[in-house]
Design a protein around this ligand. Structure first.
Ligand code: HEC
Length: 118
């Protein structure tokens, strides 16, 4: 019984991993975009400590915090990146990037954001 459950767990984990890979997101590209457009406020590793963060209120949260990062759905990450803070009832200090970034660039970004919390 225990073995069967373990096998089920592994199958599920592999399935989730495969889904992630199959979505075709490019983490390296996501990092390049992040470093250029997001790190100034969100910090080099997503901790919310970029050079511009000192003057922000509220400040960006720590996206490298696993518990917090896991509480955020992909749809939320896409929405706030695309349409800015107000689109998800957050601060307008979080700018909308949908005019600057294509959907697949946002997908790469989200994959990179996910990688920060590992
Ligand atoms: C001008 C500064 C600034 C830039 C540039 C910026 N953000 Fe933000 N971001 C914020 C602030 C401030 C918040 C917090 C909003 C709140 O809590 O109401 C935020 C919030 C977020 C959140 C929600 C989690 C959190 O920290 O509360 C995500 C996800 C996010 N930003 C992603 C991005 C991405 C991706 C980029 C680059 C494409 C980016 N941001 C660029 C200021 C910025």
């Amino acid at each position: 019984m225990k073995i069967a459950l373990t096998a089920l767990g592994l199958t599920l984990a592999a399935g989730i991993l495969f889904q992630g890979l199959a979505s075709g997101a490019d983490v390296a590209k996501g990092k390049a975009t992040y470093d250029q457009l997001c790190a100034g406020c969100h910090g080099p590793t997503g901790k919310g400590d970029g050079p511009a963060a000192a003057s922000l209120n509220p400040k960006p949260r720590d996206l490298s915090d696993k518990t917090y990062a896991r509480s955020l759905k992909d749809e939320f990450l896409v929405e706030i990146t695309k349409n800015g803070g107000p689109a998800v009832k957050k601060s307008p200090l979080m700018p909308a990037m949908g005019k600057t970034l294509k959907d697949d660039q946002i997908k790469d970004l989200v994959a990179y954001l996910r990688s920060l919390a590992k």
